[in-house]
Ligand binder design. Structure first.
Ligand SMILES: [Zn+2]
Length: 166
């Protein structure tokens, strides 16, 4: 059935970021053995992503782009943290480029990328790795069905056929 709210959608996608010079950089892709399954219209996905695939049916293919503002937002050059080196006493200082898990005062977990390491501090970029980037999706819809009562009650999909345990 055509994709609409409260459908469970299974699809394959290939995600690239598009650099300012127009060059594409491969980020990730799903496979038919391990596709993306989600409950459509409940805010699990980027709203513009859902908008682009509305009304598609199984077998449909589509390529579309999302502006940074409609994806992971613009980069915030102030979103840089200086973490005291003491924090890393037990695990050792991370190398530049490593992605480290952090937690804010509210207990929200997020990832930061190490951009500099000094004897006193680890400097980490708190921006989402895809912040400021335009995204390109190539998708193929594998299936679209009505969600079960249980899926709607839980607010998420239970696998492509609705029987997956969790
Ligand atoms: Zn559930």
């Amino acid at each position: 059935m055509a994709i609409e709210n409260n459908n469970v959608v299974t699809l394959n996608y290939i995600l690239h970021t598009i650099e300012e010079n127009g060059e594409k950089t491969f980020v990730e892709q799903t496979t038919t053995e391990n596709p993306l399954t989600f409950l459509y219209g409940v805010g699990m996905m980027l709203p513009k992503f859902e908008e682009n695939i509305a009304g598609l049916n199984a077998g449909d293919k589509l390529s579309f782009e999302l502006e940074a503002a409609d994806a992971y937002g613009d980069r915030d050059d102030k979103a840089i943290a200086q973490l005291p080196a003491d924090m890393f006493q037990e695990i050792g200082l991370p190398p530049v480029g490593e992605i480290i898990p952090l937690q804010d005062n509210q207990g929200n977990q997020f990832r930061a990328v190490v951009i500099e390491v000094t004897p006193e501090a680890v400097i980490a970029d708190l921006n989402h790795p895809m912040a400021g980037k335009k995204l390109n999706f190539d998708i193929e819809v594998l299936s679209s069905r009505e969600a079960t009562e249980e899926e709607l009650a839980h607010g998420h999909a239970h696998g492509a056929d609705g029987t997956e345990a969790h």
